[in-house]
Write a protein of this length. Structure first.
Length: 271
């Protein structure tokens, strides 16, 4: 029996965050994308090829509607208001809410299946998992694991989201705030007492301030931070938010690799 209607998946997709854009390009399905986030930098050519219609917590709803999307892809509770406005306008909206590395892979598979590329998606994901496994294998040989403070925002201090904390572990370090990483909302990862960071004595500090440049000199100059091991040894680094705070291919590749380089360099000097 033949199908009366052959399903093809969405043909006109707006991506409100970067990771879905990057994944669709990797799948060779960029022709389906009609609009992207203004924060998109991966792949670079997407900025030249696709109109930018959103920030993170705001969007140009009229411009999105003018593109006549048959699917809008978003991420997290932070985009709930945008999603609600589009749903009221009759647009199909899918908002993913991945927080762990395993959930990132789940979302990558879901999106690949949506555009008829399930098999190719699985092949690409197998390669990503092999890369992570190689990092973890190298990390297992380290004589000592550094204690790491990852700062997602400076005022107030916000510590690592779950997938970043997990990638730190795979790369060979230990997140000093694992209990906060389990909290899905940023407001629940706020470190109320900055002195607690000092008390946990991180060997390495990594900053990724989403939306603005990380300033290691300002971190080192914080009152009371002069005795922090990472400050005394100059182990303060930035990983670009586009490489680590997007829950998609970037975090699993360039983000994880950057964490691993920092940890391996530390191990050669201090391990």
């Amino acid at each position: 029996m033949s199908l009366l209607f052959m399903p093809q998946g969405p043909q006109r997709i707006v991506c409100l965050t970067e990771e879905t854009t990057e994944w669709l390009y990797l799948l060779g399905q960029e022709n389906r994308i009609v609009g992207i986030s203004g924060y998109t930098v991966r792949p670079k050519r997407a900025r030249d090829e696709k109109p930018r219609v959103s920030a993170f917590t705001s969007a140009k709803v009229d411009k999105i509607l003018a593109l006549q999307p048959d699917c809008v892809l978003g991420f997290s509770d932070m985009q709930a208001d945008i999603a609600a406005a589009l749903i009221r306008a009759g647009v199909q909206v899918t908002v993913f809410n991945q927080r762990s590395v395993a959930q990132i892979f789940d979302v990558l598979f879901q999106l690949a299946a949506m555009v008829g590329q399930g098999a190719q998606g699985l092949a690409l994901m197998a390669n990503l998992q092999q890369q992570l496994a190689a990092l973890a294998e190298a990390a297992a040989a380290l004589p000592r694991r550094p204690k790491i403070y990852f700062e997602e925002w400076d005022v107030p201090h916000i510590s690592a989201i779950q997938w970043v904390s997990e990638l730190i572990g795979m790369a060979g370090g230990d997140d000093i705030f694992p209990e906060l990483a389990a909290q899905s909302l940023g407001k629940n990862r706020i470190i109320a007492d900055g002195a607690e960071i000092v008390r946990r004595k991180p060997d390495i500090i990594i900053g990724s301030w989403c939306g603005k440049k990380f300033r290691p000199e300002l971190v080192a100059a914080r009152p009371g931070w002069g005795d922090v091991t990472a400050v005394k040894t100059g182990q303060i680094f930035e990983i670009k938010s586009a490489d680590i705070l997007q829950p998609g291919p970037a975090a699993l590749t360039d983000g994880a690799a950057a964490l691993h380089r920092i940890i391996m360099d530390w191990s050669r000097l201090h391990g």
